[in-house]
Design a protein around this ligand. Sequence first.
Ligand code: NAP
Length: 308
Amino acid sequence: SNYFKCLNNLIMAAKIIDGKLIASKVKEQVSIAVSDLNQKSIFPGLATIIVGNDAASSIYVKNKRKSAKEVGIESFQYELSENIQEKELLELINELNLNSDVDGILVQLPLPKHINSDLIIDSIDVNKDVDGFNVINAGKTFIGRDSVIPCTPLGCLLMLKSIKIELKGKNAVIIGRSNIVGKPMAQLLLNEDCTVTIVHSKTFNIQALVKEADIVVAAVGSANLVKGSWIKKGAVVIDVGINRLKVEDKNILVGDINFNEVKDIASYITPVPGGVGPMTIACLLMNTVFQCAKRNNVSIPNNLKKLF
Ligand code: NAP
Protein backbone atom coordinates (compact mmCIF):
# COMPACT_ATOMS: atom_id res chain seq x y z
CA SER A 1 0.00 0.00 0.00
CA ASN A 2 3.01 2.25 0.54
CA TYR A 3 3.82 1.83 -3.13
CA PHE A 4 0.37 3.03 -4.14
CA LYS A 5 0.48 5.83 -1.63
CA CYS A 6 3.74 6.97 -3.19
CA LEU A 7 2.37 6.66 -6.70
CA ASN A 8 -0.74 8.53 -5.70
CA ASN A 9 1.36 11.32 -4.23
CA LEU A 10 3.32 11.56 -7.44
CA ILE A 11 0.15 11.90 -9.45
CA MET A 12 -1.70 14.16 -7.06
CA ALA A 13 0.74 16.40 -5.30
CA ALA A 14 1.67 19.70 -6.86
CA LYS A 15 5.29 20.48 -7.37
CA ILE A 16 6.41 23.26 -5.10
CA ILE A 17 7.99 26.24 -6.82
CA ASP A 18 10.85 26.97 -4.45
CA GLY A 19 11.03 30.77 -4.38
CA LYS A 20 13.91 30.75 -1.95
CA LEU A 21 16.02 28.60 -4.26
CA ILE A 22 15.17 30.55 -7.42
CA ALA A 23 15.79 33.82 -5.57
CA SER A 24 19.22 32.58 -4.48
CA LYS A 25 20.05 31.81 -8.12
CA VAL A 26 18.87 35.26 -9.22
CA LYS A 27 20.94 36.82 -6.43
CA GLU A 28 23.99 34.86 -7.56
CA GLN A 29 23.59 36.34 -11.05
CA VAL A 30 23.05 39.83 -9.61
CA SER A 31 26.22 39.44 -7.60
CA ILE A 32 28.18 38.49 -10.75
CA ALA A 33 26.71 41.51 -12.53
CA VAL A 34 27.74 43.76 -9.63
CA SER A 35 31.33 42.43 -9.82
CA ASP A 36 31.36 43.17 -13.56
CA LEU A 37 30.22 46.72 -12.89
CA ASN A 38 32.82 47.08 -10.13
CA GLN A 39 35.52 46.19 -12.70
CA LYS A 40 34.38 49.26 -14.60
CA SER A 41 34.61 51.30 -11.37
CA ILE A 42 30.83 51.40 -11.08
CA PHE A 43 29.44 50.68 -7.62
CA PRO A 44 25.67 50.17 -7.44
CA GLY A 45 23.98 51.72 -4.42
CA LEU A 46 20.49 51.33 -2.99
CA ALA A 47 18.88 53.77 -0.55
CA THR A 48 16.10 52.39 1.64
CA ILE A 49 13.81 54.62 3.66
CA ILE A 50 11.45 53.44 6.35
CA VAL A 51 9.11 55.77 8.23
CA GLY A 52 7.86 54.68 11.66
CA ASN A 53 8.25 51.24 13.16
CA ASP A 54 5.60 48.94 11.72
CA ALA A 55 6.82 45.44 12.61
CA ALA A 56 6.19 43.82 9.21
CA SER A 57 7.70 46.74 7.25
CA SER A 58 10.79 46.69 9.48
CA ILE A 59 11.37 43.01 8.69
CA TYR A 60 10.93 43.60 4.93
CA VAL A 61 13.37 46.52 4.91
CA LYS A 62 15.90 44.66 7.04
CA ASN A 63 15.84 41.74 4.59
CA LYS A 64 16.20 44.06 1.60
CA ARG A 65 19.25 45.74 3.18
CA LYS A 66 20.83 42.45 4.15
CA SER A 67 20.33 41.03 0.65
CA ALA A 68 21.73 44.18 -0.98
CA LYS A 69 24.91 43.79 1.06
CA GLU A 70 25.14 40.09 0.21
CA VAL A 71 25.30 40.80 -3.52
CA GLY A 72 27.71 43.72 -3.13
CA ILE A 73 25.24 46.57 -3.54
CA GLU A 74 26.06 49.48 -1.26
CA SER A 75 23.25 50.17 1.17
CA PHE A 76 22.20 53.67 2.30
CA GLN A 77 19.77 53.35 5.17
CA TYR A 78 17.29 55.86 6.56
CA GLU A 79 15.03 55.25 9.55
CA LEU A 80 12.67 58.16 10.03
CA SER A 81 10.32 58.93 12.86
CA GLU A 82 6.60 58.25 12.46
CA ASN A 83 6.06 62.01 12.95
CA ILE A 84 8.30 63.24 10.19
CA GLN A 85 6.71 65.92 7.99
CA GLU A 86 6.05 65.27 4.33
CA LYS A 87 8.32 68.16 3.44
CA GLU A 88 11.30 66.62 5.26
CA LEU A 89 10.81 63.32 3.49
CA LEU A 90 10.62 65.12 0.14
CA GLU A 91 13.88 66.91 0.99
CA LEU A 92 15.63 63.62 1.75
CA ILE A 93 14.42 62.10 -1.53
CA ASN A 94 15.58 65.14 -3.42
CA GLU A 95 19.02 64.81 -1.82
CA LEU A 96 19.17 61.15 -2.82
CA ASN A 97 18.01 62.01 -6.34
CA LEU A 98 21.09 64.24 -6.62
CA ASN A 99 23.52 61.84 -4.92
CA SER A 100 25.48 60.10 -7.66
CA ASP A 101 26.36 57.16 -5.37
CA VAL A 102 22.69 56.22 -5.20
CA ASP A 103 21.19 54.24 -8.09
CA GLY A 104 17.95 53.15 -6.49
CA ILE A 105 15.61 54.72 -3.93
CA LEU A 106 13.11 52.57 -2.10
CA VAL A 107 10.49 54.06 0.20
CA GLN A 108 8.84 51.25 2.16
CA LEU A 109 5.04 51.43 2.00
CA PRO A 110 2.64 51.99 3.65
CA LEU A 111 3.55 55.49 4.85
CA PRO A 112 1.81 57.15 7.81
CA LYS A 113 -1.58 58.67 6.96
CA HIS A 114 -0.42 62.31 7.16
CA ILE A 115 1.99 61.73 4.27
CA ASN A 116 0.74 61.63 0.68
CA SER A 117 2.32 58.44 -0.73
CA ASP A 118 1.59 59.39 -4.35
CA LEU A 119 3.47 62.64 -3.92
CA ILE A 120 6.42 60.82 -2.35
CA ILE A 121 6.57 58.10 -5.00
CA ASP A 122 6.31 60.70 -7.77
CA SER A 123 9.21 62.64 -6.27
CA ILE A 124 11.64 59.74 -6.81
CA ASP A 125 13.75 60.30 -9.94
CA VAL A 126 12.32 58.04 -12.65
CA ASN A 127 15.86 56.77 -13.26
CA LYS A 128 16.25 55.80 -9.59
CA ASP A 129 12.84 54.17 -9.21
CA VAL A 130 13.50 50.50 -8.39
CA ASP A 131 9.94 49.57 -7.45
CA GLY A 132 8.45 50.57 -10.78
CA PHE A 133 5.73 52.59 -9.00
CA ASN A 134 6.69 55.92 -10.59
CA VAL A 135 3.90 56.99 -13.00
CA ILE A 136 6.27 57.03 -15.98
CA ASN A 137 7.50 53.49 -15.33
CA ALA A 138 3.98 52.28 -14.53
CA GLY A 139 2.80 53.81 -17.81
CA LYS A 140 5.61 52.16 -19.75
CA THR A 141 4.78 48.79 -18.18
CA PHE A 142 1.15 49.38 -19.13
CA ILE A 143 1.92 49.93 -22.80
CA GLY A 144 4.48 47.12 -22.88
CA ARG A 145 7.60 49.29 -23.27
CA ASP A 146 10.94 48.67 -21.67
CA SER A 147 10.51 49.81 -18.04
CA VAL A 148 11.25 49.10 -14.42
CA ILE A 149 8.87 46.30 -13.52
CA PRO A 150 7.46 46.16 -9.98
CA CYS A 151 9.45 43.60 -7.98
CA THR A 152 6.64 41.34 -6.76
CA PRO A 153 4.92 40.73 -10.11
CA LEU A 154 8.34 40.38 -11.76
CA GLY A 155 9.23 37.74 -9.16
CA CYS A 156 5.97 35.91 -9.90
CA LEU A 157 6.69 35.97 -13.62
CA LEU A 158 10.20 34.59 -13.12
CA MET A 159 8.76 31.78 -11.01
CA LEU A 160 6.26 30.98 -13.78
CA LYS A 161 9.09 31.00 -16.31
CA SER A 162 11.16 28.70 -14.10
CA ILE A 163 8.70 25.83 -14.61
CA LYS A 164 8.90 26.29 -18.37
CA ILE A 165 5.21 25.97 -19.13
CA GLU A 166 3.76 27.65 -22.19
CA LEU A 167 2.06 30.86 -21.03
CA LYS A 168 0.68 31.80 -24.44
CA GLY A 169 -3.11 31.52 -24.62
CA LYS A 170 -3.52 30.40 -21.01
CA ASN A 171 -6.37 31.67 -18.86
CA ALA A 172 -4.86 33.65 -16.01
CA VAL A 173 -6.94 34.94 -13.12
CA ILE A 174 -5.40 37.52 -10.80
CA ILE A 175 -7.14 38.00 -7.47
CA GLY A 176 -6.56 41.58 -6.31
CA ARG A 177 -6.13 44.81 -8.27
CA SER A 178 -3.60 46.85 -6.30
CA ASN A 179 -1.22 49.13 -8.18
CA ILE A 180 1.76 47.33 -6.71
CA VAL A 181 0.79 43.72 -7.41
CA GLY A 182 -2.51 42.89 -9.12
CA LYS A 183 -2.55 45.44 -11.94
CA PRO A 184 1.09 45.12 -13.05
CA MET A 185 0.83 41.32 -12.74
CA ALA A 186 -2.13 41.37 -15.13
CA GLN A 187 -0.16 43.50 -17.57
CA LEU A 188 2.89 41.20 -17.46
CA LEU A 189 0.78 38.14 -18.15
CA LEU A 190 -1.04 39.97 -20.94
CA ASN A 191 2.38 40.73 -22.42
CA GLU A 192 3.04 36.97 -22.27
CA ASP A 193 -0.12 36.38 -24.36
CA CYS A 194 -2.23 35.06 -21.51
CA THR A 195 -5.96 35.80 -21.45
CA VAL A 196 -6.21 37.77 -18.24
CA THR A 197 -9.07 38.31 -15.81
CA ILE A 198 -8.70 40.44 -12.69
CA VAL A 199 -11.10 39.77 -9.85
CA HIS A 200 -11.50 41.89 -6.71
CA SER A 201 -13.72 42.54 -3.73
CA LYS A 202 -16.69 43.64 -5.87
CA THR A 203 -16.54 40.69 -8.30
CA PHE A 204 -19.59 38.42 -8.47
CA ASN A 205 -18.86 34.71 -8.13
CA ILE A 206 -15.10 34.77 -7.91
CA GLN A 207 -14.93 31.03 -7.42
CA ALA A 208 -16.43 30.27 -10.83
CA LEU A 209 -13.93 32.59 -12.54
CA VAL A 210 -10.97 31.13 -10.63
CA LYS A 211 -12.15 27.62 -11.52
CA GLU A 212 -11.57 28.46 -15.23
CA ALA A 213 -7.97 29.54 -14.63
CA ASP A 214 -4.86 27.71 -15.82
CA ILE A 215 -2.84 30.20 -13.81
CA VAL A 216 -4.00 31.77 -10.55
CA VAL A 217 -2.17 34.63 -8.84
CA ALA A 218 -3.62 35.58 -5.45
CA ALA A 219 -2.69 39.02 -4.06
CA VAL A 220 -5.41 39.83 -1.57
CA GLY A 221 -4.21 39.77 2.03
CA SER A 222 -6.86 37.33 3.29
CA ALA A 223 -5.60 34.19 5.02
CA ASN A 224 -6.41 30.93 3.21
CA LEU A 225 -9.11 32.62 1.10
CA VAL A 226 -8.74 30.34 -1.93
CA LYS A 227 -10.05 26.85 -1.24
CA GLY A 228 -9.22 23.60 -2.99
CA SER A 229 -12.68 23.53 -4.58
CA TRP A 230 -11.96 26.83 -6.41
CA ILE A 231 -9.00 25.43 -8.33
CA LYS A 232 -9.06 23.62 -11.66
CA LYS A 233 -7.11 20.38 -11.66
CA GLY A 234 -3.56 21.00 -12.85
CA ALA A 235 -3.64 24.79 -12.51
CA VAL A 236 -0.48 26.69 -11.58
CA VAL A 237 -0.99 28.67 -8.39
CA ILE A 238 1.10 31.64 -7.25
CA ASP A 239 0.44 32.92 -3.73
CA VAL A 240 1.49 36.52 -3.09
CA GLY A 241 -0.40 36.93 0.18
CA ILE A 242 1.38 37.33 3.50
CA ASN A 243 -0.96 36.96 6.46
CA ARG A 244 -0.06 36.60 10.10
CA LEU A 245 -2.13 34.12 12.08
CA LYS A 246 -2.00 33.01 15.69
CA VAL A 247 -2.38 29.24 15.95
CA GLU A 248 -2.10 27.61 19.37
CA ASP A 249 -0.23 30.64 20.72
CA LYS A 250 2.25 30.55 17.85
CA ASN A 251 2.53 33.25 15.19
CA ILE A 252 2.56 31.73 11.73
CA LEU A 253 2.63 33.14 8.20
CA VAL A 254 0.10 31.92 5.67
CA GLY A 255 -0.78 33.00 2.16
CA ASP A 256 -4.09 33.76 0.45
CA ILE A 257 -4.22 30.19 -0.83
CA ASN A 258 -5.27 27.33 1.40
CA PHE A 259 -2.04 25.48 0.73
CA ASN A 260 -3.03 22.12 2.20
CA GLU A 261 -6.19 21.91 0.13
CA VAL A 262 -4.77 23.27 -3.10
CA LYS A 263 -1.47 21.39 -3.16
CA ASP A 264 -3.19 18.16 -4.25
CA ILE A 265 -5.14 19.82 -7.06
CA ALA A 266 -2.68 22.27 -8.60
CA SER A 267 0.22 21.13 -10.78
CA TYR A 268 2.53 23.74 -9.28
CA ILE A 269 2.19 25.93 -6.20
CA THR A 270 4.31 28.51 -4.39
CA PRO A 271 4.64 28.19 -0.62
CA VAL A 272 4.31 30.95 2.01
CA PRO A 273 6.86 31.67 3.35
CA GLY A 274 9.61 30.80 0.87
CA GLY A 275 7.75 31.64 -2.33
CA VAL A 276 7.05 35.10 -3.69
CA GLY A 277 8.67 36.92 -0.74
CA PRO A 278 12.32 36.06 -1.49
CA MET A 279 11.70 36.61 -5.22
CA THR A 280 10.49 40.16 -4.55
CA ILE A 281 13.79 40.98 -2.87
CA ALA A 282 15.89 39.34 -5.58
CA CYS A 283 14.03 41.39 -8.20
CA LEU A 284 14.61 44.60 -6.25
CA LEU A 285 18.36 43.93 -6.39
CA MET A 286 18.09 43.17 -10.09
CA ASN A 287 16.19 46.41 -10.73
CA THR A 288 18.89 48.32 -8.83
CA VAL A 289 21.57 46.87 -11.08
CA PHE A 290 19.47 47.66 -14.19
CA GLN A 291 19.05 51.28 -13.12
CA CYS A 292 22.72 51.56 -12.23
CA ALA A 293 23.82 50.20 -15.62
CA LYS A 294 21.43 52.53 -17.42
CA ARG A 295 22.54 55.61 -15.48
CA ASN A 296 26.16 54.80 -16.25
CA ASN A 297 25.47 54.15 -19.91
CA VAL A 298 26.68 50.56 -19.88
CA SER A 299 24.56 47.75 -21.26
CA ILE A 300 22.62 45.50 -18.92
CA PRO A 301 24.87 42.59 -17.90
CA ASN A 302 24.20 39.66 -20.24
CA ASN A 303 23.76 37.10 -17.49
CA LEU A 304 20.80 39.09 -16.12
CA LYS A 305 19.24 39.48 -19.55
CA LYS A 306 19.28 35.69 -19.87
CA LEU A 307 16.94 35.38 -16.89
CA PHE A 308 14.05 36.52 -19.11
P1 NAP B 1 -4.09 45.64 -1.27
O1 NAP B 1 -3.58 46.90 -1.83
O2 NAP B 1 -4.79 45.63 0.04
O3 NAP B 1 -5.07 45.00 -2.37
C1 NAP B 1 -5.82 43.86 -2.08
C2 NAP B 1 -6.72 43.55 -3.26
O4 NAP B 1 -7.49 42.40 -2.92
C3 NAP B 1 -7.73 44.66 -3.58
O5 NAP B 1 -7.78 44.84 -4.99
C4 NAP B 1 -9.04 44.12 -3.04
O6 NAP B 1 -10.18 44.51 -3.79
C5 NAP B 1 -8.86 42.65 -3.19
N1 NAP B 1 -9.69 41.92 -2.24
C6 NAP B 1 -9.87 42.12 -0.92
N2 NAP B 1 -10.69 41.20 -0.39
C7 NAP B 1 -11.04 40.39 -1.40
C8 NAP B 1 -11.89 39.26 -1.49
N3 NAP B 1 -12.51 38.76 -0.43
N4 NAP B 1 -12.03 38.68 -2.68
C9 NAP B 1 -11.40 39.16 -3.78
N5 NAP B 1 -10.58 40.22 -3.75
C10 NAP B 1 -10.42 40.83 -2.58
O7 NAP B 1 -2.95 44.56 -1.12
P2 NAP B 1 -1.56 44.33 -1.93
O8 NAP B 1 -0.62 45.39 -1.55
O9 NAP B 1 -1.83 44.05 -3.35
O10 NAP B 1 -1.08 42.99 -1.22
C11 NAP B 1 -1.84 41.81 -1.26
C12 NAP B 1 -1.21 40.75 -0.37
O11 NAP B 1 0.08 40.45 -0.87
C13 NAP B 1 -0.99 41.16 1.08
O12 NAP B 1 -1.12 40.02 1.90
C14 NAP B 1 0.44 41.63 1.11
O13 NAP B 1 1.03 41.48 2.38
C15 NAP B 1 1.05 40.68 0.13
N6 NAP B 1 2.27 41.18 -0.53
C16 NAP B 1 3.31 40.34 -0.57
C17 NAP B 1 4.46 40.72 -1.22
C18 NAP B 1 5.60 39.76 -1.28
O14 NAP B 1 6.71 40.14 -1.55
N7 NAP B 1 5.37 38.47 -1.07
C19 NAP B 1 4.56 41.98 -1.80
C20 NAP B 1 3.45 42.81 -1.77
C21 NAP B 1 2.29 42.40 -1.13
P3 NAP B 1 -10.67 46.05 -3.93
O15 NAP B 1 -9.72 46.69 -4.88
O16 NAP B 1 -12.04 45.92 -4.47
O17 NAP B 1 -10.61 46.63 -2.56
